[in-house]
Write a protein that binds this ligand. Structure first.
Ligand code: ADP
Ligand code: MG
Length: 758
């Protein structure tokens, strides 16, 4: 480490003293750089210089005045300490008040506010027992903070940085600390991650200049300029990290799996019961070309629910089998893995019966491998994978981490988990010198800007077209407190059942003991991770308590209670009602799905375990209880379980959320469109932007601070082009050490693996 670098990495305790550093540590700020990267949240306007006699309560003002008295005292009644000062402009007096837990904290003010000294005091005018006062004013003392009155006036006319603060560390103290560490720094202390050439070309300030601009602006234009440059820097660091990953991946060698005109894939095409959509065909060609290359494919396939991703995956897998390799299809849950197996079996028919009676000449074998299999079945499946007899192995994501052996794994398809972790990818890479090609599929529409930021090293394809004859799903919001509407809803369920169809009823909880209200932060993470809720567990929910405060808060509907309730409803007399949730054993889940699909129990009360991928063509109705508890993309996923055949379908969102709340707006958005991409954009609008990248991204020392993926698309685009050029010229970043170290220290290990999830 160079001497200059050590300036920024110095611990705050060393520069500011243990007490101040201790407070800042509560905000997660440990080093000089941490503090300098703690940017103001906004800027207060400097107060007009006002005579004390003209001060009006509530106004934000600055007064020039002389200190008459200043004294710290303990407050017996309330505990804690208080500093009271009286200042005067010669005509009138004004009181200044500071509070603290201990008198010691206030001594610093007391020592500066010496009677007789002159200063500028900025704050909002309050009233205390008829006297005007400023509480915790910002101030500048002439002779201490400023050389003379002119300088003091200039200082006071600057925009006032307002920092993200904590009770123990008010914004003005952060500001002072920033000045203490920032003022003595020189250009050579601060290495700039943005290469000088790029900076010059764009007329960007240096990092140190930008720090001064945002922390100590002389005027509004300053902080804007500084902030723009820091924002660009974030984008550049991020995109360079991604460009480097991409380059590293492209340097790896995969086994090319060229397509054949006379293989299983061609046989499948010949027996498909439907023509491929144009989208399926186009994406299929792209993937076929990827697979034929000797660099490993890493492609994200986005397609709304029902767009027909499975068949695209199957064609890719068969191309690999045709080329002598094996493919693995990974589902997020065992239920889905089992379903995929059935679907593939059906699509392939005799093509899946290799070595069996009735198999086609060129058949291969489909094998299911899950954790809940009996040991005998599992041993057989493992043997088929290891020997290469199984051309396609279907399982859950655990399949790879468990180190299942393949004879020649050529392609891994990951279904419904676009955040497929870096661990799994690395595990795959580590397995052999030739990493398999990878296709990641998701129904979650990822806005382009998000894809670019988070998934910058993946290629993306889109299934834009839906198979023809797909009926739309009519969606309605039903107020939970309207008994007549509810009765009508259950009667409608009965009509569907009588017509031979299936109905899902979705609840946020399993039973009354199930505390389904999880951390709102997790649950708000729906765009980036709808599957967070779709593992073998039953979903995190939004805590909309704040929004529905005032409304009576009945407990959330649970699967157990709802099933019991429906059994009693006269409308549903004689209808068998099934139950489904994450706590059931794998066999019970299978049995429940089978009874539902087969029509024995045509109403299925379930948690969100059915959220992703479950495919029952006769399901034409879904009733979602306490719908306001689910995020937009989760509701969209759920709704995707109906309207899968050509039968018109309906989705009822039963909700207690009052009109005009954000929760109600989400439901209205759902009701207005079934276009997942429109909804994803809507979701971004309705949510705090920090949530877009997942909760990992908010707060913390390593997060994106200024960059917003939606707003800053142009900046990200620009940075990406530059990042790729930099990495192309200097792959190891040896010639851009500051950029390299920004990636290492600023993004950090965790952050980079976060980026990798794709
Ligand atoms: P998803 O993209 O949500 O995974 P699936 O692959 O499960 O969608 O496909 C949904 C349904 O559409 C399945 O029943 C599938 O057989 C059917 N399907 C797929 N492609 C077509 C097509 N080109 N024409 C008609 N139906 C299709
Ligand atoms: Mg699917």
């Amino acid at each position: 480490m160079t001497a200059t670098q050590s300036r920024l990495s110095e611990p705050l305790a060393k520069v500011l003293g243990a007490r101040t550093a201790g407070g800042l540590a509560k905000l997660g700020l440990e080093t000089v750089e941490d503090l300098l990267r703690h940017y103001p949240r906004r800027y207060g306007s400097p107060g007009e210089l006002t005579p004390i006699g003209a001060l009006a309560s509530g106004e934000h003002v600055t007064v020039m005045a002389r200190v008459r008295t200043a004294q710290v005292r303990s407050m017996r009644s309330r505990g804690g300490a208080m500093l009271k000062a009286v200042v005067t402009d010669g005509a009138d007096t004004l009181q200044l008040t500071f509070f603290a837990k201990r008198p010691g904290v206030l001594r610093m003010h007391e020592s500066k506010l010496k009677p007789g000294s002159t200063g500028l005091f900025t704050g909002t005018v309050g009233d205390y027992r008829g006297r005007r006062q400023l509480t915790h004013p910002d101030y500048l003392i002439v002779g201490l903070d400023a050389a003379d009155e002119d300088e003091a006036v200039f200082e006071a006319s600057r925009p006032i940085p307002i920092y993200p603060a904590a009770a123990a560390v008010p914004t003005w103290r952060i500001g002072r600390s920033v000045r203490t560490v920032l003022d003595p720094l020189t250009e050579s202390d601060v290495l700039d991650p943005i290469p000088a050439a790029v900076r010059n070309e764009r007329g960007l300030p240096t990092l140190l200049q930008a720090m001064r601009h945002v922390h100590v602006p002389a005027e509004e234009a300053d902080w804007q300029r500084g902030r723009d440059r820091l924002r660009f820097e974030e984008a550049l660091v991020l995109q360079t990290a991604l460009a480097r990953r991409r380059a590293a991946r492209e340097a790896l060698a995969a086994v090319p799996r060229a397509s054949r005109a006379d293989g299983l894939r061609a046989d499948l095409d010949a027996r498909l019961p439907f023509p491929l959509t144009g989208s399926q065909r186009d994406v299929g060609e792209t993937i076929a070309a990827d697979l034929a290359r000797s660099t490993p494919m890493l492609r994200l396939l986005q397609g709304d629910v029902g767009a027909g991703k499975t068949v695209v995956a199957l064609r890719a897998m068969l191309q690999v089998v045709d080329a002598g390799g094996q493919a693995a299809l990974l589902a997020p849950t065992e239920v889905l893995a089992a379903q995929h197996l059935r679907t593939l079996e059906q699509l392939m028919g005799p093509l899946a019966h290799g070595g069996m009676l009735g198999g086609a000449d060129r058949a291969t074998r489909l094998t299911l491998l899950t954790g809940s299999q009996g040991s005998k079945a599992r041993r057989a499946a493992l043997a088929e994978a290891a020997s290469g007899v199984a051309g396609i192995v279907v399982g859950t994501h655990a399949l790879l981490s468990e180190g299942v052996q393949f004879a020649d794994l050529g392609l891994v398809v990951v279904d419904e988990q676009h955040r497929f972790g870096v661990e799994q990818r690395d595990a795959l890479r580590a397995r052999s010198d030739h990493p398999p090609h990878m296709l990641v599929m998701t129904a979650t529409p990822i806005p382009r800007t998000v894809a670019m930021t988070v998934f910058g090293d993946l290629e993306t394809s889109l299934l834009t077209e839906k198979p023809a004859h797909r009926a739309d799903v009519a969606t309605h919001v039903v107020p939970a407190d309207n008994d007549a509407w509810l009765a009508r809803a259950w009667a409608r369920v009965r009509e569907e059942v009588d017509a031979g169809r299936r109905v899902y009823v979705v609840c946020p909880r399993i039973d009354a003991d199930d505390d389904a209200v999880h951390d709102a932060q997790d649950a708000a993470d729906t765009v980036a991770d709808p599957e967070g809720a779709a593992g073998e567990h039953d979903g995190a929910l939004l805590d909309v308590a704040a929004e529905s405060r005032g409304a009576a808060r009945a407990p959330l509907a649970s699967v157990a209670q709802t099933a019991a309730l429906l059994a009693e409803r006269p409308e549903l007399a004689g209808v068998r009602i099934g139950m489904m949730h994450g706590r059931l054993s794998a066999e019970d889940k299978d049995a429940a799905m089978a009874a539902f699909a087969g029509g024995d129990a045509p109403v299925l009360v379930s948690t969100t375990v059915i959220e992703v991928g479950v495919d029952v063509a006769d399901a034409t109705m879904m009733v979602i209880l306490d719908a306001e508890r689910f995020g937009i993309s989760q509701l969209h996923q759920l709704r995707g379980r109906v309207g899968r055949g050509s039968l018109p379908s309906v989705c009822l969102l039963v909700s207690r959320a009052p009109e005009g709340t954000a929760a109600r707006d989400r439901l209205a958005a759902l009701a207005s469109t079934t276009d997942g991409f429109v909804l994803a954009e809507k979701d971004l609008e309705l949510r705090r932007e920090g949530d877009v990248l997942g909760s990992a991204q908010s707060g913390g020392r390593n997060s994106l601070r200024l960059l917003r993926v939606v707003r800053d698309a142009a900046v990200i685009d620009d940075a990406r082009a530059i990042a790729r050029a930099i990495v192309a010229e200097d792959p190891s970043l040896d010639r851009n050490p500051a950029l390299a170290s920004a990636i290492d220290t600023w993004l950090g290990e965790d952050r980079e693996s976060f980026l990798e999830r794709g």
